[in-house]
Design a binder for this molecule. Structure first.
Ligand SMILES: Cc1ncc(COP(=O)(O)O)c(C=O)c1O
Length: 367
C-alpha cells in the first residue's frame, strides 16, 4: 500500500462518463486507429455493428446461430435478441477450457475484456472459414494487439470508441466481406442529447466541479442517460452522421494510451493486498479500459461501491447479470458478475488520483 497522499481536491469526482474532449491537430500514431478510419463501417454504437454483420450473414445463409461467452454485457444480449438468431453460451474460466464444439454455420463472439487480449481469439481463428465466423469484440479495447495480423475472411471486429473518448456515439465494424447495403442515418434528436450532455459535463468539470452543484450535475447526467436508454431501446444499426465521424480523429490517442497505462500500473502497485486485480500484468501494447478488481465476498462489492461513491469515486460494475441468461451461467463467470468492480484509470486522471482511490479502498477494507 502506498504511503503517498493524493494532492487533489477530495470533492472532485473520479469516474463517470467521459466528457467531451478534442485536440486541434490530428496525428494518429496507432495503426489500429488509422485502419478503423480507413476501412471501418461506422455506426452509432458497437452493438449496431454487431447486428449489421450478424443479420447480413444470416440473410446470406452463412450463419444460423451464435455462440457467446457466459460473461458479457446485457446490451449484447439485446443485440442478439434483435437479430432473432438462436444463441448459446460457452463457459469462461480462468484456464480458458476450450472444450466445446463449434457447429458449422455459427458465429462465435470472443470479448477482449477490459482491453486485455483474449487467447480465445487465436483459438477460434483456427476454425474461421465459410462455415464458422469469428467476431472479436473490441468494444472495451481501443488498441487491440490483433490489428497487425492478417485476418481471414469471416473474421470481424467491433469497436466502441465512445468507451474511450469523450463522445457519445461511434461504433465500428471491421472485417470482410462487409454488408454491401446502406443503413439509415442516426436520428439527430437523441444524438443531440448525448453530445450536449458530454459538452456540458466538460464545462461543469472545468468551471464548477470543485464546488459541486447537484442541480447542474443532474442536467448533464439526465441528457447522457437519455441517450443510453435510447440506444438500448433502438438497437437497429444506424450510420454515424458524416460530420460526427469527421470529428472523431481529433483526439490525443497517445495521451489516452499512455495515461491509461500509467494509471493502471500505479493502481497495481498500490492496491491493498486483499483486493485482487483481474489482470495482474499489463502487456506492452495493451491499453486498459479500467482496472477490474475482485472484491472478496465478505467485504461485499456493492457496499464498497456505495462507500466509494460517497467519496465521489464512481466505479462501474461490469456487468449486472443479464436476466435472460442468469440460470445458465457457470460459477467462474458468476463470481465475475457478482464481485468485480472496475476502478477508473482513464486519461482524465493523474497518478495522485490513483493514490486517492487506493487510499480510500484501504481505509474501507481494513477498518
Ligand atoms: C464487451 C462489450 N461489447 C459491446 C458493447 C456494446 O457497445 P456499444 O455501447 O457501443 O453498443 C459493450 C457495452 O458496454 C461491451 O461492454
Amino acid at each position: 500500500m502506498s504511503t503517498r497522499k493524493s494532492l487533489n481536491n477530495i470533492n472532485r469526482a473520479i469516474g463517470g462518463e467521459l466528457e467531451a474532449e478534442f485536440t486541434p491537430k490530428i496525428k494518429i500514431e496507432f495503426p489500429t486507429i488509422e485502419k478503423l478510419f480507413q476501412e471501418g463501417l461506422w455506426f452509432t454504437s458497437a452493438r449496431g455493428g454487431l447486428i449489421a454483420i450478424l443479420n447480413w450473414l444470416k440473410e446470406k445463409n452463412i450463419i444460423k446461430s451464435v455462440l457467446v461467452p457466459d460473461y458479457l454485457c446485457g446490451s449484447l444480449i439485446l443485440a442478439l435478441e434483435f437479430t432473432k438468431l438462436p444463441y448459446s453460451l460457452y463457459p469462461l474460466d480462468k484456464d480458458l477450457r476450450l472444450e466445446f464444439d463449434i457447429r458449422p454455420h455459427t458465429a462465435v463472439l470472443a470479448i477482449n475484456y477490459f482491453g486485455f487480449p483474449n487467447p480465445m481469439v487465436d483459438y477460434i481463428r483456427n476454425f474461421v472459414g465459410k462455415d464458422i465466423v469469428l467476431v472479436e469484440d473490441c468494444a472495451q479495447c481501443l488498441f487491440p494487439s490483433t490489428v497487425n495480423k492478417i485476418h481471414p475472411h469471416y473474421f470481424y471486429q467491433i469497436y466502441s470508441m465512445r468507451k474511450f473518448l469523450g463522445i457519445p456515439a461511434g461504433g465500428c465494424l471491421m472485417g470482410s466481406p462487409k454488408p454491401n447495403k446502406n443503413f439509415p442515418v442516426e436520428d439527430c434528436v437523441p444524438l443531440w442529447k448525448g453530445w450536449t450532455g458530454r459538452f456540458f459535463k466538460k464545462f461543469y468539470r472545468n468551471n464548477i466541479a470543485d464546488n459541486p452543484n447537484s442541480e447542474l450535475e443532474s442536467i448533464y447526467l439526465q441528457l447522457i442517460n437519455e441517450f443510453e436508454i435510447y440506444l438500448d431501446q433502438n438497437p437497429d444499426p444506424k450510420t454515424l452522421p458524416e460530420a460526427l465521424l469527421k470529428l472523431l480523429p481529433y483526439q490525443d490517442f497517445k495521451k489516452i494510451f499512455t495515461k491509461r497505462r500509467e494509471n493502471y500500473q500505479a493502481l497495481l502497485n498500490c492496491l491493498p493486498k486483499n483486493i485482487q486485480p483481474l489482470f495482474t500484468f499489463l502487456p506492452d501494447d495493451t491499453c486498459p479500459m479500467g482496472c477490474p478488481v475482485i472484491i472478496p465476498e465478505k467485504i461485499n462489492r456493492d457496499w464498497l461501491q456505495g462507500m466509494l461513491q460517497e467519496q465521489f469515486i464512481y466505479c462501474p460494475i461490469h456487468w449486472p447479470v443479464p436476466s435472460q441468461i442468469s440460470e445458465r451461467i457457470t460459477p467462474y463467470s458468476k463470481n465475475l458478475y457478482l464481485n468485480t468492480l472496475t476502478l477508473p484509470i482513464d486519461q482524465r486522471y493523474e497518478i495522485s488520483d490513483m493514490y486517492r482511490i487506493a487510499d480510500a479502498i484501504d481505509k474501507l477494507v481494513t477498518r
